[in-house]
Design a protein around this ligand. Structure first.
Ligand SMILES: [Zn+2]
Length: 355
């Protein structure tokens, strides 16, 4: 396992800003960067670098793209359209990681990639502008992946007015009323609602303002235990992203868990920077949200079972050049099954400096 020490880039600003700024510096030096790696086989449009893929040495002269349009959400993203070398994290750090590994014929660690990038850009200054922020990221994912209307979405207070509180189903299962209130988990008693007789978990946008979807767990023994709101594609989002983002700005770390219950139990133990994957896989949209979060450290705390181990490996592979990855293995099947006192004594020591 890796060292539990948290990484820092510089101390003056938040780590989030520093990592996003580092990526912006790299992009401002993109042609020098390509020169350094002896990448020559490309041409440039206003918005794109187009060439053959330097990662797998492809011969298709247009298969490799880097987005150089500062107004795009995908500024700094790269793509290999033949062998999909970009799969997983495809930010500029991951391209540097791939090219460093290829140039020297050995794998590089995230710390080595980060140090190379800091050194490469040490005399570069850039304006920190909105194009490298998280602005509108979630909205663009929403448009692509969900039938949910962006306009006319419910505010948090509108959501709460439609649900009944407190949710005794989860109170009886060891969740605190404070946690259920914090996450707006209530019960739908509206017979016309698709969430009727379910404990409803609203999912909010990156500002924690508007509901972008919800999932509901049956409280009356329906054979379908969990249900997504119609048109809501949970695999594209994270549970608790909006609230966690504020914590990530402070501590530079995001914690990946599988379920909503895991997020709530960690909250009850004072750990507020966890997001839920809605299951045991990590989609490209979720990787993109991680890249945009500005987090330097990613903690993987998937379930302690076969599916959880699989997503752990998947996450290591997808995120290896873009984040400092930490593993936390839970003694129970998942952290949502643990008592707060167990989380205090077993999990939190493993999260030192990471929440
Ligand atoms: Zn390729």
């Amino acid at each position: 396992m890796k060292s539990r020490e948290t990484m820092t880039i510089e101390s003056k600003e938040s780590q989030t800003q520093n990592l996003l700024r580092l990526k912006a510096k790299l992009m401002s030096q993109i042609f020098n960067l390509l020169d350094y790696f002896e990448v020559q086989d490309y041409f440039t449009t206003d918005v794109m670098i187009i060439g053959s893929c330097p990662v797998h040495d492809g011969d298709n002269p247009q298969a490799f793209n880097i987005n150089i349009d500062p107004s795009s959400d995908y500024y700094g993203s790269w793509f290999c359209n033949t062998k999909h070398c970009h799969e997983g994290s495809n930010d500029i750090l991951s391209l540097v990681g791939e090219l460093l590994a290829k140039k020297s014929g050995r794998p590089f660690s995230f710390v080595e990639v980060l140090n190379f990038c800091k050194d490469f850009t040490k005399n570069v200054n850039v304006e920190f502008t909105a194009n490298i922020s998280r602005q509108d990221t979630l909205s663009s994912i929403l448009e692509k992946n969900s039938k949910t209307q962006i306009k006319g979405r419910y505010t948090r207070s509108q959501v709460r007015s439609r649900l009944k509180y407190p949710c005794s189903y989860y109170l009886d299962r060891g969740f605190s009323s404070d946690a259920l209130d914090y996450f707006d988990v209530g019960v739908s008693e509206d017979k016309n609602s698709e969430m009727y007789q379910r404990a409803v978990f609203p999912i909010y946008d990156e500002n924690d303002e508007y509901m972008i979807g919800c999932v509901g767990r049956t409280i009356c023994g329906d054979s379908k235990k969990w249900k997504n709101k119609k048109g809501f594609n949970s695999a594209s989002f994270f549970y608790n992203y909006g609230k966690a983002i504020k914590e990530i700005d402070r501590c530079g770390t995001i914690i990946l868990v599988e379920g909503q219950g895991d997020v709530m139990k960690l909250y009850m133990a004072g750990v507020k920077n966890a997001v839920g994957m809605f299951g045991s896989s990590l989609s490209d949209s979720q990787v993109f949200l991680l890249q945009k979060s500005g987090a330097l450290n990613v903690v993987i705390m998937s379930d302690n079972d076969d599916a959880g181990n699989k997503v752990r490996q998947e996450a290591h592979e997808k995120l290896k050049y873009s984040f400092n990855i930490h593993d936390v293995i839970t003694p129970a099947n998942d952290v949502g099954d643990m008592e707060p006192s167990q989380i205090d004594s077993i999990i939190k020591p493993q999260l030192k400096g990471l929440y």
